[in-house]
Write a protein that binds this ligand. Sequence first.
Ligand SMILES: NC(=O)c1ccc[n+]([C@@H]2O[C@H](COP(=O)([O-])OP(=O)(O)OC[C@H]3O[C@@H](n4cnc5c(N)ncnc54)[C@H](OP(=O)(O)O)[C@@H]3O)[C@@H](O)[C@H]2O)c1
Length: 289
Amino acid sequence: MNLTVASKTILITGTSSGFGKLTTSLLLSRGHTVIAGLRGGAKRLRETFPEETEKYSSRLIALDLHMEQSSSLEGAKDLIEKKLNGKLDVLINNAGYGLFGTLEDLTPEQLRYQFEVNFFGPVFLTRALLPSLRAAKGRVLTLSSIAGLHAFPYYGSYNSSKFAVEAMFEALHYELKPMGVQVGLIEPGAFRTDFNVRSKMMAEGASNPQSPYASRSKSFQEKLKSLSFRQGNPIRVAKLIVNLCEKKKIPVRSLIGADAWAIHIASRMVPDSLRVRLKDAAFNQIFFK
Ligand SMILES: NC(=O)c1ccc[n+]([C@@H]2O[C@H](COP(=O)([O-])OP(=O)(O)OC[C@H]3O[C@@H](n4cnc5c(N)ncnc54)[C@H](OP(=O)(O)O)[C@@H]3O)[C@@H](O)[C@H]2O)c1
């Protein structure tokens, strides 16, 4: 543990795998107290972190958290009030999943659920915890994505949930600055977590041979799988999140990953009409050829 870093109380969602799991381990090793949100609570925490639950038992607290359930989000507030006297320095909104496919192949229920988990979940959790975060002059970090800044074909559901996250948390940045609360968004490119495996959902109609998009959907799914070898090491994202928890001043946006930077910079260098044409050509080449 680095003794120059003041120990903080940090709630992070989606700690069962990927960025959330790696970040939780790092935060504990650096002396912080972690409230680990995950579906399944204490039992799943022990299964996910067998060593940490032994080694850091006084600093690792399980929170059974389902992002789409408002009672579950309110439960987070109760736990912080009861177990930690309302003390919370950092909230990390990490839980989320990807839903891919065309608008016609998606059901309304699938699209709504995407927003419940990826948008309303973090927004209402943040809202519930703001009194504690204001009192601590704390910070809110939210996992967006490069897909929160740039739209891609078959990503409409995921894109729009993360675009909404971008807008809400940027607005919150301005609202909370006068209160001494800092708000940061993190925009990773593609990283090797469970995101493109277990957490990847497809539109219901994508596997229907009658769908007008059937052959393109098949090609999209196959190409998405074969691109996985290019994805970055998720420990980089975990280290960035820990750094944003500890450093004095944080930026509103933190892009991470060569792919995220390439897309972002290239998009800014050309006029919009050319940008759209180039993207169309690039995506046809990558996913549908
Ligand atoms: N990996 C990437 O390339 C990438 C890129 C950009 C942004 N992101 C974002 O980074 C965040 C973390 O993703 P990851 O890559 O670490 O993926 P991951 O390994 O699949 O982890 C996702 C986490 O979210 C949790 N979760 C999903 N739905 C939930 C719900 N309804 N209620 C509570 N928890 C739920 C999962 O819990 P369960 O185990 O219970 O399902 C899991 O712990 C997400 O917001 C994602 O959009 C990822």
